[in-house]
Design a protein around this ligand. Structure first.
Ligand SMILES: C[S@@+](CC[C@H](N)C(=O)[O-])C[C@H]1O[C@@H](n2cnc3c(N)ncnc32)[C@H](O)[C@@H]1O
Length: 242
């Protein structure tokens, strides 16, 4: 009888501690779960100044990859703080930047004040509020990893581009994603990881083909002093066929 009482007491004690542990874990996790839009609103004030190899490599790679092309009207998907918008504007007559993070857009508006640029707050997962056939170049840097449905993106790209217009994509390489890399930044509460989707190389090629794009170029970009042989970025230039 005494033995039974002890084991009941022990079981209750263990269950209590399990509940406390689980509750704490759930609380900790729920604190860290924020929407992608909210995460970028939080990240905006440090986005341009944090150490960020992916951001920096994207800038130099995008300039190198696009320098040989001529373009006039550019639609930039996920323009963020306008890191690439400045250069795109130097090379064109008009740029429209789309992004859903108001705080990232505020930074972009402060960085670039030019009547040839328009920043429009919009969710790229919904039809884009831009006239059809507006652009001869569409660019997207480090944004599609946050969007599950590539087919929708390519379908919208087809509408907004003129025939023979170019669609440039620069993304964290899926090989990096397979190894666990993803968009993240430090906060006072700890590391904030963002919701991301892995797009295999074949996913890009399939979505492009299904929406009438041909592949002009596929390039990979590596760190200057790489820790491993894995490329950091994958870049595509697609062309909208008639
Ligand atoms: C890593 S940042 C890249 C910003 C900029 N392209 C660059 O290379 O610095 C990703 C951007 O995509 C935007 N973004 C992510 N998902 C989006 C969505 N569904 N609609 C609109 N913008 C989105 C974020 O707000 C953020 O500004």
């Amino acid at each position: 009888m005494f033995w039974l009482q002890i084991s009941e007491f022990t079981a209750a004690f263990v269950i209590l501690w399990l509940l406390v542990f689980l509750g704490g874990f759930i609380l900790l996790r729920s604190d860290n779960i924020v929407s992608i839009e909210e995460a970028y609103n939080l990240w905006a004030s440090q986005y341009d100044t944090n150490e960020n190899k992916t951001r920096d490599l994207d800038k130099s790679t995008t300039i190198a990859n696009l320098s040989k092309y001529d373009f006039e009207q550019v639609l930039e998907l996920g323009c963020g703080t306008g890191k690439n918008t400045e250069w795109l504007l130097q090379r064109s007559s008009q740029v429209v930047g789309l992004d859903f993070s108001e705080k990232m857009l505020q930074r972009a508006r402060t960085r670039i004040s030019d009547k040839r640029v328009r920043f429009v707050r919009t969710d790229l997962k919904k039809p884009w509020p831009i006239e059809d056939g507006f652009a001869d170049l569409l660019t997207s840097s480090l944004t599609l990893e946050h969007i599950a449905d590539l087919d929708f993106i390519f379908a919208q790209a087809r509408l907004k581009l003129r025939a023979k217009g170019l669609f440039y994509i620069s993304e964290l390489h899926p090989f990096k994603q397979y190894l666990g890399s993803k968009a993240r930044f430090e906060t006072e509460q700890g590391l904030q990881e963002l919701e991301v989707y892995t797009h295999h190389i074949s996913d890009y090629l399939k979505a492009a083909e299904q929406n009438g794009f041909s592949l002009l170029e596929l390039k990979e970009a590596f760190d200057e002093h790489p820790d491993s042989d894995v490329p950091r970025l994958i870049c595509f230039v697609f062309r909208r066929e008639a």
